[in-house]
Ligand binder design. Sequence first.
Ligand SMILES: C[S@@+](CC[C@H](N)C(=O)[O-])C[C@H]1O[C@@H](n2cnc3c(N)ncnc32)[C@H](O)[C@@H]1O
Length: 224
Amino acid sequence: MGSKNKLKRFKENETFDNVFQPKRDELVNETYNLKGNWKENVFKNDNPLVLELGCGKGEYTVGLAKRYPEKNFIGIDIKGARFWRGAKTAIEENLNNVVFIRTQIELVEHVFATKEVDEIWITFPDPQIKYKRTKHRMTNLQFMERYKKILKPNGLMHLKTDSEFMHGYTLGLLHGLGHEVLYANHDVYKLGGSPEEVTEIQTFYENQYLEKDKAITYIRFKIN
Ligand SMILES: C[S@@+](CC[C@H](N)C(=O)[O-])C[C@H]1O[C@@H](n2cnc3c(N)ncnc32)[C@H](O)[C@@H]1O
């Protein structure tokens, strides 16, 4: 995408009612007034809160929001020019259970209060295979601790990825820590049996992997 187009999207994001761009300082200083108040102040209902982390263009955020109008959906990514697509679609289709937040996932515990969130989807995260990149891997121990903090006690986690490494790494970690794996499938299209939304919603990155005939995997789990 050209820089002109990016700038146009950044500008448009600022005018969208469904886009939030908290400042890092507000978050780390704990002065962000939406923390703990997303349902009441933003969605104006008491419906469950579902996050998509590293949402890219927000295919899951928007796709799930259409399927589950009785839940609230929040897509999170650091790249505003990407989620602009999802935010624009949500506005065009009058989806009032969708918002996007531009922030680093590392700061998620400053965006949401303890036990504020019901479910988290992680869709096609960069696997960060090199040992030196471990700290950026979105299902490592540190990230799991952050998710545990903001999730309700029985909150659900979903990981959909093309990366066999990420799938195996995450299963190993969950097993080692004694977390509950509710469902795991290492090839959702060939093996079948996954919930509908796992195969019926496809993301931008997913389509690129499907063209290369890569298996797509899915895990649903709880962090105890
Ligand atoms: C491989 S892309 C997948 C995007 C989308 N889920 C999809 O399937 O098409 C990973 C996304 O995560 C975002 N991301 C990676 N690390 C992040 C971080 N630490 N904080 C916020 N976003 C991050 C990137 O900007 C990118 O959009």
